[in-house]
Design a protein around this ligand. Structure first.
Ligand SMILES: NC(=O)C1=CN([C@@H]2O[C@H](COP(=O)(O)OP(=O)(O)OC[C@H]3O[C@@H](n4cnc5c(N)ncnc54)[C@H](OP(=O)(O)O)[C@@H]3O)[C@@H](O)[C@H]2O)C=CC1
Ligand SMILES: CC(C)=CCC[C@@H](C)[C@H]1CC[C@H]2C3=C(CC[C@]12C)[C@@]1(C)CCC(=O)C[C@@H]1CC3
Length: 343
């Protein structure tokens, strides 16, 4: 399995899509940043074949209807995918292989942060420290989560944010870079990704209280490793950070009325950090920006940040992924392969 990447000719069948139409699959496409991305992609390219991969088909249908109101002739497919379930990923990948002959863009956007807790004491202490801007940009030291085991016996955050997506990539290998074309993978990571939250001895973050931060750091490292292994075959992986965005995920941290109350403060903070993108449209900036870039011009070690200035201007900035342990991407990649092959 490890050596399998190029598309066998016999897998190129039953394709409903004309040759020039880009096939784009987005996980977690029914709300927040994923849905905003879909809207922006359809505005950018009306010829797209867009596949919304979602765990809840009612929400997926609603998202498709919303997208079709502004893009009447858009080609939008739905796919049932619970990225946190091994069986669902395998079934969904089979379905994708039956429907399409290639994937041009795979946006790995679905993500969870279960039972988040804000450390109010650390927040107040941070407000009066020199580290205040960094604290607002990265939430360092502010957030913990309570993870649990899923029905596959994996930690839920690891399974959803990282492993399910890695398994999906592996299963979709035959559709990536067929016939020498390029394919792109884009991970929605986070400024909350922190090296110190990740341990190769505890990949699933069973024993800690920052599984979200850990899983996002791991996705940064996996993307690095994918680039090392697959760039020469035409597969390019990128990670983005959407900033702080008001979505269901953030409404799980603090209630929406509280966010509405402190909105003026957040606009003020935006002047100093630019990372308070706040709307899903703004947060999807880097995801959209990558769509229109030539992959060969991208830095494989970069993390692309969606930023919004105090005056509301959106832009994308690249910063280096922090990797102070050069062997980590490789080790994580091999460990993930092991997980996939042991499933
Ligand atoms: N909001 C923010 O400030 C930031 C968000 N991010 C990242 O952005 C990404 C999108 O999140 P955001 O838009 O904010 O939040 P949302 O909760 O609005 O979106 C998350 C999406 O992922 C889907 N999802 C969750 N679990 C699964 C699963 N097991 N299988 C399939 N789909 C699933 C959700 O589906 P459902 O509706 O069914 O729950 C939803 O569509 C996440 O990866 C998040 O970590 C990163 C940095 C900041
Ligand atoms: C006055 C004010 C803005 C109070 C809010 C304090 C905190 C709740 C936020 C400060 C920085 C935020 C942040 C996130 C969540 C909410 C904060 C901790 C994220 C962790 C959300 C998910 C991510 O992936 C990154 C975000 C970084 C910043």
């Amino acid at each position: 399995r490890i050596g399998r990447w190029a598309a066998p000719v016999e897998s190129l069948h039953n394709c409903p899509c004309p040759d020039m139409e880009k096939v784009v699959l987005v996980t977690g496409a029914n709300s927040g940043i994923g849905l905003a991305l879909c809207e922006r992609l359809l505005t950018e390219d009306s010829q797209l074949l867009l596949c919304l991969a979602c765990r809840n088909m009612k929400r997926a249908e609603d998202a498709r209807s919303a997208l079709l109101t502004s893009h009447i002739n858009a080609h939008i497919d739905l796919l049932h995918l619970d990225v946190g379930s091994v069986q669902s990923v395998l079934t969904a990948a089979q379905e994708v292989k039956a429907r399409y002959n290639r994937i041009d863009f795979l946006y790995l956007n679905a993500g969870i942060m279960p039972n988040p807790q804000v450390d109010v004491k650390a927040l107040f202490k941070g407000l009066f420290s020199r580290n205040v801007i960094n604290m607002f940009a990265t939430a360092e030291g502010l957030l913990t989560q309570q993870d649990r085991l899923n029905s596959d016996g994996l930690q839920e955050v690891f399974a959803t944010n990282l492993f399910g997506h890695f398994l999906l990539i592996r299963e979709l290998e035959p559709l990536l870079c067929p016939g020498g074309q390029t394919s792109r993978i884009v991970w929605t990571s986070s400024s909350n990704a922190r090296r110190s939250a990740f341990s190769i001895e505890d990949i699933q973050h069973r024993n800690g209280t920052e599984p979200y931060s850990s899983s996002k750091y791991a996705s940064d490292m996996l993307s690095l490793a994918l680039n090392r292994h697959k760039n020469s075959q035409g597969l390019f992986s990128s990670v983005i950070c959407p900033g702080l965005v008001m979505t269901n995920l953030t409404y799980g941290i603090l209630p929406s009325f509280f966010w509405t109350l402190i909105m003026p403060i957040m606009w003020l903070i935006r002047i100093f950090t630019n990372t308070f993108t706040l709307t899903p449209y703004n947060g999807a900036e880097a995801l959209h920006w990558l769509f229109v870039q030539n992959p060969e011009s991208l830095d494989p070690r970069a993390k692309y940040h969606s930023l919004t200035s105090g005056l509301g201007k959106n832009y994308t900035q690249s910063r280096q992924v922090s990797n102070q342990r050069p062997l980590l991407p490789q080790t994580l990649y091999c460990s993930s392969l092991l997980y996939v092959n042991l499933r």
